[in-house]
Design a protein around this ligand. Structure first.
Ligand code: NAD
Length: 358
């Protein structure tokens, strides 16, 4: 299925996660936990956000069974094993993940092993909270899987927690979110609800991100950006991703590049590549930004001060051949067929920071 008229067949799986969105909604955590039927929860965060998690634990009182503040990028199994022991010893029956994708990943890893319910309080735009996807690392190898037991029960978006997200991460994290919406537009298993949500995200980001670039604590622009990130996370959570996500995964694994920066840099090139095959499906990007998809996303990244060259992440030109070899090892669905030469050309453009032709 490559195009979808209004009468085209589809499956809509429903959206099962409860969402609470607003300012000051962190105050709802206790109520949401009780709603799920839990009396004790373990709080999770990275070391960097342990103060926020500890403050939340103090507010919750005896409901908080402890704080585990060791969430780590790429969800290492060794950290999860330790967290599961702490979870089991604490008497908790649920986890509350306060943070970005790394913390939410730890919550998912605990939940899928123990049956714990999850409340996510996302503080970045990466978008793990609405998905049934978990990536874990062991012995230097990252494996990703989808399973119903991974999907969080409740997500509480509190705009106030995003006001202080550093500007560089704000922009790369938002581009990471845009990548979910862009690939949802042409996903083979897309449906009208997810496509409508994805389409809406582009104009919201277009209007909000430049305002954040000049006023990072603008509460309205923060709220709009978080709202768009929810739209994108939902898109990621209910349809399959293509070339862009797979290639970013390969680059991150091979060159150890930061997750959000890698997405930000690759996005114009992968979407530009696919735009040649499915311009109609990617037309919402043209409509929002007034340029063809690859060019539009490249200019957006440059305008909001995001990185545009793999070279700036420390990737050496000599590494690109090995990445291209790895990227074509396992086949997956993508609207435009590709071979190693096509991937190598995409990588070269992204490495050098060339503006895509389309
Ligand atoms: P992250 O969670 O690693 O956060 C990076 C740093 O920023 C951490 O130190 C964190 O504590 C800090 N931080 C987060 N929010 C902050 C805030 N508001 N203010 C100040 N500091 C803040 O990074 P990320 O980009 O959010 O997540 C990336 C990870 O999430 C990757 O491992 C990626 O694979 C995963 N991910 C998974 C899914 C999925 O569906 N499974 C989706 C998207 C991302």
């Amino acid at each position: 299925m490559r195009s979808m008229s209004q009468a085209a067949p589809f499956v809509f799986p429903g959206i099962s996660t409860r969402v609470v969105f607003g300012s000051g909604t962190l105050a709802n955590v206790g109520e949401e936990l009780a709603r799920l039927g839990h009396a004790h929860a373990l709080l999770l965060s990275t070391p960097h956000q342990s103060d926020e998690a500890t403050r939340l634990a103090q507010t919750l009182g005896p409901v908080a069974a402890g704080v585990f503040a060791e969430a780590t990028m790429h969800t290492p199994v060794a950290v999860t094993d330790k967290a599961v022991s702490v979870f089991q010893a604490s008497g908790a029956t649920a986890v509350i993940a306060l943070g970005g994708g790394s913390t939410i990943g730890l919550g998912k890893a605990i939940a899928t092993r123990t049956g714990a319910d999850q409340i996510c309080v996302p503080t970045s735009y990466a978008g793990s909270e609405m998905t049934d996807i978990l990536g874990e690392t062991e012995g230097g190898v990252k494996t990703t899987r989808r399973d119903a037991s991974i999907r969080p029960e409740t997500v509480i978006y509190d705009v106030d927690l995003t006001l202080g997200l550093p500007l560089p991460m704000t922009m790369t994290s938002a581009l990471n979110a845009i990548a979910h919406a862009a690939e949802a537009l042409y996903a083979a298993d897309r449906n009208p609800v997810v496509v409508a949500m994805a389409e809406r995200a582009f104009p919201v980001f277009r209007d909000a991100l430049p305002r954040l670039a000049s006023a990072p604590r603008d509460a309205d622009a923060r709220a709009e950006t978080l709202y768009a990130a929810w739209l994108c996370s939902t898109a990621l959570g209910y349809v399959a991703m293509g070339l862009h996500h797979k290639l970013c995964h390969t680059i991150g694994g091979a060159a150890n590049t930061p997750h959000a920066d890698t997405h930000a840099i690759m996005l114009p090139h992968t979407i530009g590549f696919n735009a040649a095959a499915v311009p109609d499906l990617l037309a919402p990007i043209d409509a929002a930004f007034g340029a063809s998809p690859g060019k539009a996303l490249f200019r957006l990244a440059a305008d909001i001060g995001a990185p545009t060259r793999l070279a700036d992440l420390g990737v050496r030109e000599t590494q690109l051949d090995a990445v291209a070899d790895l990227a074509v090892r396992n086949p997956y669905d993508n609207p435009r067929p590709f071979d190693r030469a096509a991937i190598r050309a995409i990588l070269q453009d992204a490495w050098a920071g060339n503006e895509p032709g389309i």
